[in-house]
Structures are given as C-alpha cells and as structure tokens.
Write a protein that binds this ligand. Structure first.
Ligand code: FAD
Length: 301
C-alpha cells in the first residue's frame, strides 16, 4: 500500500489526497467509516492518472458527488474515493447550459436563474451534484433530468473522453447507463428556455417551501430511501404497514414522511440496512409489493 500511496503522490498534489477520511463527513446520512484514500483531482490528466493507477494496482475506486444518495458501510471503503469538486465551471450560451459534474444543483440553479433561463427550477432543492443527478436521473415535482439533458462529457474505463448525447445516457426512472458502463461524468449540457427571472426565483421558492413542509430536512437522510413501485407510493405502503416512526438503533422511518429513513442520532449503516430489510419484508408480506432501494450502497454491508 505504501508503494500505491507514493505513486498517487506523483499524480496528485499532497493537498488533494486524504488518508482514512471518514465518509460520514461526506454523506448527507452522516454515516460511513473511513475511505482508505479520498482524492480530489483537479483536471482530466490527474483524474486519468488516478484511475489508471487504480486499475494497474487492482485497487477499487468509486466516484463521490455530494453523497446525498449514498449509504457507506460502517467499515468504510477499501479503495479510493474520487471527488470532482474542482469541476464546477458553468458556461451559458443563449439557452444552452454546460456545467461541470462537481457543481451542486442548488448553485447551478442559481446561475441559471440569474441568466433568466427556465426549466431547471425543479432541481434547485435536490441536494446533489450534477454528476450524481445524471447518474440517478434525479427528478422532482413532475420533472427530471432526462427532459432537459442534451449531452454529457464522460471518461470511459479506458481513460478515453467521450461526448454522449442525452439518449446515449439511457436515463430512466432513477437510473442511467453510467454505472454499468463505468463512465465518469465530467460535464453535462442542458437545453432550457428563456424566462423571467422573478418568476423563476418565485417557483424555486415555492418548491423549497413544499420540501420543507413535507420532508424531514431537520434530520440527516439520503432522501427517498426506496424507489416508487409501479402503481404505488413507497411512503404510503410503509405507512399502511404501520411502520411510521419504526426504529432500529439510530435509524428511523421518518414520522413526517414515511418514504424517508432518517438518522435520528448515531445511526450506523447496519441500523439503516436492518431497518430497510424489515420495511421491505413487512411491505411485501402485507401488500405483495417489492420495494427496491433507491439509495446506493458502498462497502460491505
Ligand atoms: P452521490 O450520492 O454522491 O452518488 C450517487 C451515485 O452517483 C453513486 O453511485 C456515485 O458513485 C455516482 N456518481 C456521483 N458522481 C458521479 C460522477 N461524476 N460520475 C460517475 N458517477 C458518479 N433525488 C431526487 O431524484 N429527487 C429529489 O427530490 C431528491 N430529494 C432529496 C432530498 C434529500 C433531503 C436528500 C438527502 C436526497 C434527495 N434526493 C433526491 C437524492 C439525491 O439528492 C439525488 O439522487 C442526487 O442526484 C444524488 O447526487 P449526489 O451528487 O449526492 O450523488
């Protein structure tokens, strides 16, 4: 491992490498043990160098956006967590917006509103990065990334940079082809419409109020824990199964919104997983509906 670290230090500046970084500091669940390495490459060359080193040394690597849809195991991650924080540039030309994968959706939405472009308001309150939002085809209030994305720049496993069309990302309900193809998203491009800045800000404010009133934002979570099963709402099924407020350790089915599992203090990843399994079991037993997890898991659990 010492040799691996020395090689990493040849690719990245020392300030871009952290060892044994607690992942609970980087996930909205506030859960997760240490990642062996946590690195922030500043450009494509550094990113390519890190990925190629990991492949040759057979050390796993994984991308981290804002950690808002991620449950990391209590033992942490035996590999390299890569964050693209430095990829936060935004370019706006007429109604076309191109932005780096590391930018937060809230920040991007503000820049888009400043440019009086409409169509991105739905994403302003989703606490993810653009990269994570493309991977998940994030959506809210009847809109999703698929409707506005026209393309993305990705790095392939072989280190090749490719420009993909929106269709090539194969965006579906909370899915894309990105994880299966092992792409790293570097940039996304959207097509929006001219609008009126005041109306855009008003819409974002309305949606933000709706979120605050319906979602348990006062507790750490990863948002909706389960995907919406066809023909049902996960939260309603969980509530009807009598699981509102159900706890295991520090993990709890939110009393405010049963679709959210929250960390009400000191929850471990094991608590969350045990709770999710019990919820899945009881909902299937009572209603015959299988709840699939929307939250991605990393590390052994
Ligand atoms: P992360 O959680 O960091 O990562 C998610 C996955 O994407 C991981 O597999 C990661 O490896 C991968 N990934 C991240 N960046 C890249 C990249 N550049 N290249 C390749 N892979 C990458 N989601 C919704 O869709 N709608 C909502 O309304 C919504 N509301 C939420 C409310 C709350 C309070 C919370 C906590 C979460 C909510 N979410 C919602 C879930 C979450 O915010 C979204 O799924 C978001 O898109 C995840 O982005 P992220 O940057 O945090 O990704």
């Amino acid at each position: 491992m010492q040799e691996f670290q020395s090689q990493l230090e040849r690719i990245l500046s020392l300030s871009s490498i952290r060892l044994q970084e607690p992942m609970k500091a980087h996930t909205t669940f506030r859960i997760g043990g240490p990642a062996d390495y946590y690195v922030s490459p500043r450009d494509e060359k550094e990113l390519m160098g890190v990925c190629s080193l990991c492949r040759h040394a057979e050390v796993p690597y994984s991308l981290l956006g804002n950690g808002s849809n991620l449950l990391v195991s209590d033992e942490g991650y035996r590999g390299v967590m890569i964050t693209l924080d430095a990829w936060d540039e935004v370019r706006i030309q007429e109604t076309t917006v191109t932005a780096g994968a590391g930018i937060l959706l809230s920040k991007l939405a503000k820049k888009i509103a400043e440019a009086s472009l409409t169509g991105f308001e739905f994403a302003a309150g989703i606490p993810g990065s653009l990269g994570g939002a493309l991977v998940m085809n994030a959506g809210a209030y009847g809109s999703e990334m698929r409707e506005i994305v026209t393309g993305a720049k990705v790095m392939t496993r072989e280190g090749e940079i490719r420009e993909l069309s929106g269709a090539e990302l194969e965006l579906g309900y909370r899915t894309s082809c990105i994880p299966a193809k092992d792409y790293i998203v570097l940039e996304g491009t959207f097509e929006l419409q001219h609008g009126e800045a005041e109306a855009i800000y008003r819409r974002m404010e309305e949606l933000s109020m709706q979120r605050k009133s319906k979602q348990p934002l006062e507790y750490p979570s990863a948002g909706s824990t389960f995907k919406r099963p066809s023909g049902y709402f996960a939260g309603k099924l969980i509530e009807d199964a009598g699981l509102r407020g159900f706890c295991i350790g520090g993990a709890q089915v939110s009393e405010k919104h049963c679709g959210f599992v929250i960390n009400r203090g000191g929850a471990s990843a094991a608590d969350v997983m045990n709770l999710c399994k019990e919820v899945q079991h009881r909902v299937e037993e009572q209603f015959g509906v299988v709840l699939e997890m929307e939250v991605k898991r990393l590390g052994s659990m």
